[in-house]
Design a protein around this ligand. Structure first.
Ligand SMILES: Cc1ncc(COP(=O)(O)O)c(C=O)c1O
Length: 371
């Protein structure tokens, strides 16, 4: 038989992380710090709204862009939080859905996409899926974005800049000067700017303004409820931006995702009414305890300003992040090697969105691994 698999699927390499998953599958009750989602459950009023929507028969297609009440809430909240009015928005199937549509709408084959390194894994795969070429802007060792370094990578083929704050896997937050400089670069060069702000709620200092608010006419902001309301399985996200960009994405949504899940859109309205911030100080305390314990054991890590990850340098006695993580998994501690998120494999990612007792046990294992 002919090889039926298209290059866009065949070229995706999943083997690095698969070895870790295979190892992990042999464990009964590992300490799992590899998961990118909160350890709290969806708030009760949000669950109640979802159940009421389903029982009340709100189970059909919604308009492709989402229910008008939710679109209005998303636009109004952005304006209230950042002081800038975005022209339009639509509701997507998670930030992943919005990101897929943003790249499909903006990237032609051969276009270059500036991607931060370390990156969220989907950035590279979605870029290549659209025929684009990822060009990486390095943010090691402190994970700050230096617009001058990004500018040096711009060519006539550059189409857009991807950025995130707070970031995954580093938790790094862009400061206001970096945001202004990056937005200014995109404006001067006539590039699109896609700003992934999914971890916005989990910011442990002053939140500052949205990166896209410095360049609203050329930006797409991505946000959603997967992390903030722990609704990872419900698939609600959104994109805001200039009308012509949103229109292009929405046209593609009609023929791909169709709409975000109907009941989850109703529940999202309840999430807007709920106070979701309770977990934030608790996660900040977890971050501090983990950093203190890791540093006492000799690990090097930058203090992240947000999200719920630590991106820690692999101790010198291990050849690379993967070797360290394989040893951790043998000791029943699940982590993700830095090479999954980067062209280098010098670090590992910890998700500290886990119960304190598990984090304390993890610290004991980290101590043993560093000895
Ligand atoms: C930076 C970043 N962007 C986007 C996503 C995808 O989010 P969603 O569940 O809304 O598709 C994640 C999930 O881990 C993420 O870390």
């Amino acid at each position: 038989m002919k090889d039926l698999i298209a290059r866009r699927a065949a070229q995706i390499e999943a083997s690095g992380i698969r070895r870790i998953f295979d190892l992990a599958a042999t464990l009964k009750d590992p300490i799992n710090l590899s998961i990118g989602q909160p350890d709290f459950d969806v708030p009760d009023p949000v669950k109640d709204a979802a159940v009421a929507a389903i029982k009340g028969g709100f189970n059909r297609y919604t308009p492709s862009g989402g229910i008008p009440e939710l679109r209005a809430r998303v636009l109004a909240k952005y304006e209230a939080d950042h002081g800038v009015k975005m022209e339009d928005c639509f509701v997507a199937s998670g930030v992943s859905g919005a990101l897929t549509l943003a790249l499909l709408a903006l990237v032609n084959p051969g276009d270059e996409v500036l991607v931060p390194d370390p990156y969220f894994v989907s950035y590279t795969h979605l870029t290549t899926m659209c025929g684009g070429v990822p060009v990486y802007y390095d943010t090691y060792p402190d994970f700050r974005v230096d617009a001058a370094k990004v500018e040096a990578l711009v060519t006539p083929k550059t189409k857009l800049i991807l950025a995130m704050s707070p970031g995954n896997p580093t938790g790094a937050c862009m400061d206001e000067d970096s945001k202004k400089a990056l937005a200014d670069l995109a404006r001067r060069k006539g590039l699109a700017l896609v700003s992934d702000e999914i971890y916005e709620l989990f910011t442990y200092g002053p939140r500052g303004r949205s990166l896209a608010s410095y360049y609203p006419e050329g930006s797409v902001v991505l946000g959603g409820l997967s992390k903030t309301a722990a609704m990872t399985g419900w698939r609600v996200g959104w994109a805001l931006g200039a009308r012509h960009l949103i229109d292009a994405m929405l046209k593609l949504q009609q023929f791909t995702f169709v709409c975000a899940p109907s009941f989850a859109q109703k529940a999202a309205l309840a999430a807007f009414d709920a106070d979701l911030s309770a977990a934030v100080p608790a996660y900040e305390a977890k971050r501090d305890r983990m950093l203190e314990g890791l540093r006492a054991a000799g690990y090097e890590a930058v203090t992240p300003g947000g999200a719920f990850y630590l991106f820690v340098k692999t101790p010198a006695k291990y050849a690379h992040g993967t070797a360290f993580v394989e040893e951790a998994v043998r000791r029943e501690l699940l982590l993700v090697p830095g090479g999954v998120f980067s062209r280098r494999d010098t670090h590992f990612r910890i998700s500290y969105a886990a119960p304190d007792e598990r984090l304390a046990r993890a610290l004991e294992i980290f101590k043993a691994l560093a000895r």
